[in-house]
Design a protein around this ligand. Structure first.
Ligand code: ATP
Length: 694
């Protein structure tokens, strides 16, 4: 065992379980290149003298050796079209133009190399990373030749590389272990069975230094319990990608926002990964001298060009020769960035200097080496018919696609946890429902069915519909757009399909919205004193469940189209108000202007209101009228003096233009609206997902 930390990762965790015991384990020799799990018998000598035999799973290093690949790019040019800007208030109009972002950028990275991409802000680092990873490129016009081992593989680079982005997106309610298990079960090589995948997760946890927080929630757990730290989040991002053992890693600012110690631990993990044959490219801002020295090569960019690419020693000599020597005790990284920066006020001069440095680099041995190595790789590829190991890697991409059922199973598990583990949100929603129901119930408490009470009862029915619609709609609008970003990233990495995600998300939420709707309807219904019959009550519950579902479906549609909470919150109310307006309480359905009749067909408020009103009033054969004291000479009151507008429930329905004949149509339209909004929202999700992949 040359590296005990790497070869026996789980022993420590077993030890902590049996703190009082001595642990004796027999370990056989392991081939580091193999992937898999080996079971080794070990013995725990318990303090009471018994010798229980345990089985210890023995893991191979997760930082496995990988098939070595060399990445090369030649003459990469990128530009974007900037649309014309019309002037307002007499200013100057700017015509449409093409902006050059990268100019003739070339480079090569051999297997086992950790490269830092550096440059001032706007130098083109992220654009280069996007082009190399073939991601987020839909706005670019680009040319250039990007190859793996001399082969042009185009989009397939996504299948053999990992892109660890600057912002780590995780479902905060999961623990670190659960997050990795979820990815392992969906993303890892199909040929590995469940136990091998879970074992691999344990190995990754240990090797990425996540053992201390493996069972902690990623996000804040409430009650003052903080989520994992920034460094742990970053390591979790690497761990999530390391599960599939890709030979190329692209990292966008992996150390930003971390303290020196955390940043060093991240880069040393990257060093370790590179030492096993990987190509690792990181954009990095202001590394400390120690951090900077950990990189094998640096790629300096300025004004969209390559200012230097090579070893640190060669960089020192290059800048020295150009009369830009790095002062003693000065951080070389800072020196290079400052030398290549465009200083405000001296833009022209700085641009000239930078261009001169970039041109000088073309004459160096380093630049010649890049061209030579790129040509050699291309030549080798040209002379061989194919690259069997690269083919295997690329073929492996399809192996990672798990079946629809597997996706459904684990997505459902995750959605379920997400919905029910957020105890605070869960409690708040229940409390909110109880409070609203009680307030509403107290306002309309046991309303008497008489001429005055009719208006109150109708109002209470409409408020039942309004509250059910608003509360369910805004619960989704406030949360779904936040999860959308995670969905888009995971979908982009091929973790699962749109339909499996949407279905599991919808199904896992059903119990919560059903419970909340039932609590609200039950309390309000009986407190207000609506029609006293179990049948009528059950119909009310059923209709309000339908209303909740329609509102949720529309909320999914709005959230998916808008993509952010802010925009969704801005769009939802103006959409909801007209739909509510035609619900039959603010405008009598007999008086809707012709040009707005179509809006009635979108108003679930109207359909639900009609059913609930019929449910309430159809069985009232007699509504009491107030006693009228007649003058002595009169035996019956004149019709104009009668304060008795409604003598039966049917009168109420007629007055509000609702009819019992329509209730099946209303229920059908409620179902149709729900299905329609669901179909539209899944189409919107498909479109968004496909666009984000371009
Ligand atoms: N889609 C785009 N449309 C217009 N300009 C763009 C686009 N993408 C990048 N640019 C411009 O190209 C230049 C390089 O951008 P890039 O994001 O690659 O720089 P960077 O070196 O990564 O900067 P930073 O370190 O600040 O992230 C910048 O001036 C940027 O404004």
């Amino acid at each position: 065992m040359d590296d005990p930390g790497e070869k026996t990762p789980l022993l420590q965790s077993h030890k902590s379980v049996t703190a009082d015991d001595a642990l004796h384990v027999t370990v056989t020799d392991v081939d580091e290149n193999q992937v898999g799990v080996e079971h080794v018998d070990g013995r725990v000598h318990s303090s009471n003298g018994g010798i229980p035999t345990i089985r210890i799973e023995r893991y191979y290093s997760v930082i496995e050796k990988t098939y070595p690949v060399a990445l090369s790019w030649r003459n990469v040019n990128v530009s974007v079209k900037i649309p014309a800007k019309k002037s307002f208030c007499g200013g100057e109009s700017i015509p449409a133009r093409e902006k050059h972002i990268l100019t003739d950028v070339s480079g090569v990275v051999q297997p086992g190399t950790l490269v830092a991409i550096m440059g001032a802000s706007g130098a083109g680092k992220s654009t280069l990373l996007n082009i190399l990873t073939n991601r987020n490129i839909k706005n670019y016009i680009y040319t250039g030749d990007i190859r793996i081992n001399g082969w042009h593989i185009g989009q397939c680079i996504k299948g053999i590389s990992a892109y660890v982005q600057q912002d780590d997106l995780f479902i905060g309610t999961l623990t670190v272990r659960e997050q990795l298990q979820f990815r392992a079960l969906l993303r890892m090589d199909k040929r590995l069975d469940r136990s091998a995948r879970l074992s691999r997760v344990e190995a990754v946890i240990t090797e990425m230094g996540l053992i201390g927080c493996a069972n902690n929630r990623i996000g804040d757990a409430g009650g003052g319990k903080k989520g994992i730290s920034g460094g742990e989040r970053k390591r979790l991002s690497f761990a999530s990608e390391a599960l599939t053992n890709p030979p190329i890693f692209f990292c966008d600012e992996p150390t930003s926002g971390l303290d020196t110690f955390m940043a060093q631990s991240i880069v040393s993990t990257l060093q370790k990964m590179a030492s096993k044959g990987r190509v690792i490219l990181c954009t990095i801002h202001q590394p400390s001298s120690e951090l900077f020295s950990m990189f094998d090569q640096i790629l300096l960019m300025a004004e969209g060009r390559t200012a230097f690419m090579g070893t640190q020693q060669a960089a020192m000599e290059f800048f020295q020769k150009l009369d830009y020597p790095c002062p003693t005790n000065y951080n070389p990284a800072d020196h290079y960035i400052l030398t290549l920066a465009i200083v405000p006020g001296r833009e022209e001069e700085c641009r000239e200097n930078t261009l001169a440095i970039c041109n000088k680099f073309k004459e160096t041995e380093e630049c010649v080496k890049i061209t030579r190595q790129t040509q050699e790789l291309t030549e080798t590829a040209r002379h061989s018919n194919s690259d069997p190991l690269l083919n295997d890697l690329l073929a492996g991409d399809s192996r990672y696609d798990s079946s629809w059922l597997v996706q459904f199973r684990y997505l459902f598990w995750r959605s379920w946890i997400t919905t029910f583990r957020d105890v605070i949100l869960f409690r708040v929603r229940i409390l909110q429902t109880l409070t609203l129901a009680i307030v509403l119930g107290l306002v309309y408490l046991q309303t008497t069915v008489d001429q005055k009470g009719i208006m109150s009862i109708n109002g209470a029915i409409f408020l039942l519909i309004t509250n059910t619609s608003f509360s369910n709609m805004f619960a989704v609008v406030n949360s779904f757009p936040l999860e959308l970003a995670i969905f888009l990233r995971e979908y982009g990495t091929g973790l699962y399909r749109v339909d499996s995600y949407y279905l599991t998300k919808t199904l896992s939420e059903v119990p919560l919205f059903v419970v909340i709707s039932i609590i609200f309807t039950t309390l309000t219904y009986w407190m207000v004193g609506l029609y006293n019959s179990w049948d009528a009550y059950l119909i009310a519950v059923g209709i309000l469940l339908l209303v909740a579902n329609v509102a949720i479906s529309l909320a999914y549609l709005i959230s998916t189209i808008c993509g952010s909470v802010t925009l969704s919150l801005a769009i939802a109310p103006p959409l909801l108000i007209p739909i509510m307006l035609f619900g039959g309480i603010f405008v009598n359905n007999g008086n809707v202007p012709v040009y707005f009749v179509w809006l009635e067909y979108l108003s679930w408020f109207k359909f639900a209101n009609e059913v609930l009103m019929v449910n309430q009033w159809r069985n009232f054969d007699h509504i009491p009228c107030p006693n009228i004291t007649l003058p002595l000479n009169m035996t019956t009151p004149p019709s104009s003096a009668s304060p008795c507008l409604f003598r039966t429930g049917t009168d109420v329905l007629e007055y509000t233009s609702f009819s019992e004949d329509n209730i099946y149509l209303d229920i059908g339209l409620l179902v149709a609206l729900q299905v329609g909004f669901r179909i539209l929202s899944i189409i919107a999700l498909y479109v968004r997902a496909r666009r984000s992949k371009e």
